[in-house]
Ligand binder design. Structure first.
Ligand SMILES: [Zn+2]
Length: 309
């Protein structure tokens, strides 16, 4: 298994006290390195704008980059979402995060390798023409489109267990029957989308979770409302938006998963990939804001991902 990351992803700074901080990624990397998980680390390349444009208009991306300050930080959205920030190191961090997913797609298809993208900024809140929720480019969406275009993979499932709804991913693929998007998320909570009546063209599967939900009920709901329809969809590849903020320690949400639950959740996804997708999986880091929870949960996630390629 391969883990893509880059030190550029550590340089993005969102301001003191901001939950999306470099320590998140440091904690994940050091946890993987000190574990007995045998993974190969690779440097994430910079994404090229042509591939990014499979999802986002180049004009929109260039506008984001033109807002990057020489020093200090600026927000790209208005209140109440003024916490999506740019600093002078943002451009490379954004392009490395997206480039990880593109390189991962090549490794997946050429070498039959499963890949985890240990990246920041995350991507699942980024809409076609809107940066949102700490996200600028929708990393997983670009990777999905690249797999379709370069490798003629027709049906792709994106499974999102981040505690927040991936409004960007849903918006991008809302009318696209070749991509199934299944998400479990606390509701109501930021970003406010993801009601179970939002079903796209029969390709969107939202599972709303009540604050305070415990492990057993989460697993049951995730199985029924996300995994069952994805299994029926029979994807040729599965991409995971892996956010670890449904953990009970997470400060931004109120779902009570234990670290070990991320093994079970991931293993259930791996089983579907084995059945329909030749075992093909790429996983992308999204949210997760408690450092201890991240360092424990990532080991569970990767242990399950390593099984049965
Ligand atoms: Zn999240």
């Amino acid at each position: 298994m391969i883990v893509y990351t880059h030190t550029d992803c550590l340089k993005k700074f969102n301001g003191h006290g901001h939950p999306e901080k470099k320590e998140r990624l440091e904690s994940i990397i050091s946890s993987i390195k000190s574990s007995n998980l045998k993974v190969e680390f690779k440097e994430a390349p910079l994404a090229d704008l042509k591939t990014v444009s499979l999802v986002h208009p180049i004009k929109h991306i260039k506008k984001i980059f033109s807002n990057i300050p020489k020093e200090g930080i600026i927000g790209v959205e208005k209140e109440p979402y003024a916490d999506t920030m740019l600093c002078s190191f943002s451009k490379n961090a954004i392009l490395r995060s997206c480039g990880a997913g593109i390189a991962a797609a090549d490794d997946l298809m050429k070498n039959n390798e499963r890949v985890f993208c240990a990246i920041r900024p995350p991507g699942h809140h980024a809409e076609t023409s809107r940066a949102n929720g700490f996200c600028f480019i929708n990393n997983i969406a670009v990777s999905a489109r690249y797999l379709q275009k370069k490798y003629k993979i027709n049906k792709i499932a994106i499974i999102d267990f981040d505690v927040h709804h991936g409004n960007g991913t849903q918006e991008i693929f809302y009318k696209d029957p070749s991509i199934a998007y299944g998400s479990s998320h606390e509701f109501p909570l930021f970003p406010g989308t993801g009601g179970e009546n939002e079903t796209g063209v029969g390709n969107i599967f939202n599972a709303t979770l009540k604050a305070g939900l415990e492990s057993r009920d989460f697993i049951k709901i995730f199985d029924q409302k996300v995994l069952k329809p994805i299994d029926k969809f029979k994807p040729e590849a599965i991409l995971i938006s892996a956010g670890f903020d449904a953990h009970k320690r997470d400060p931004l949400a109120n779902i009570n998963l234990e670290s070990e639950d991320f093994f079970k959740i991931t293993k259930n996804i791996v089983d579907i990939a084995k059945t329909h997708s030749n075992g093909r999986i790429i996983s992308f880091l999204e949210g997760g804001y408690d450092l201890l929870a991240l360092s424990e949960s990532i080991k569970e996630h990767l242990s399950a991902l390593k099984t049965h390629i």
